[in-house]
Design a protein around this ligand. Structure first.
Ligand code: ADP
Length: 141
């Protein structure tokens, strides 16, 4: 049923990682599919801010994020269960939606929000993904 599962991960936030990733891995195992991890480096779209950083700052950040994500995924999933690990830049929810459609994913598994934000039933990125995704979305609380 779910062959190609996208797991968006917020690297800045550790406990959340333990919620969505294992659920996605379980689903992939159950349905004989694979997971694909994604992290997005927010692009604040402010050239003035960007001009304060060295020219290769973004590339460095992307490389470091990819390594961190790769290591994190390896903690939860054997290699054969992982279709890919990817870092994108831009608007978080838009990049999640684009990645899901670019890779032909049939499901997206994400955590509802940061644990310290318990008053919110769902965070803004998660709610936008739920509202706009063409794929099945599983929100882990
Ligand atoms: P909150 O506002 O509490 O952080 P969000 O809706 O932003 O809630 O986060 C919920 C989920 O959205 C995260 O668990 C993660 O799956 C996804 N997400 C948030 N930020 C990112 C990011 N930078 N890259 C990839 N996924 C993210």
């Amino acid at each position: 049923m779910f062959q190609n599962i996208l797991v968006p991960v917020d690297l800045a936030f550790r406990p959340e990682r333990r919620r969505a990733l294992p659920v996605a891995v379980d689903l992939a195992r159950k349905y004989g599919g694979q997971i694909r991890a994604l992290t997005v480096i927010p692009d604040y779209g402010m050239p003035l801010v960007g001009s304060f950083f060295p020219g290769d700052f973004a590339e460095k950040a992307m490389r470091e994020a990819e390594k961190e994500l790769r290591d994190l995924v390896a903690d939860y999933a054997p290699e054969d269960l992982v279709a890919g690990v990817e870092v994108r830049r831009g608007s978080i929810y838009q990049q999640i939606l684009s990645a899901a459609s670019d890779h032909g994913c049939d499901a997206i598994v994400l955590a509802a929000h940061r644990p310290e934000m318990q008053d919110y039933l769902i965070g803004s990125n998660a709610s936008r993904v739920v509202r706009h995704a063409r794929q099945t979305v599983l929100v882990v609380r």
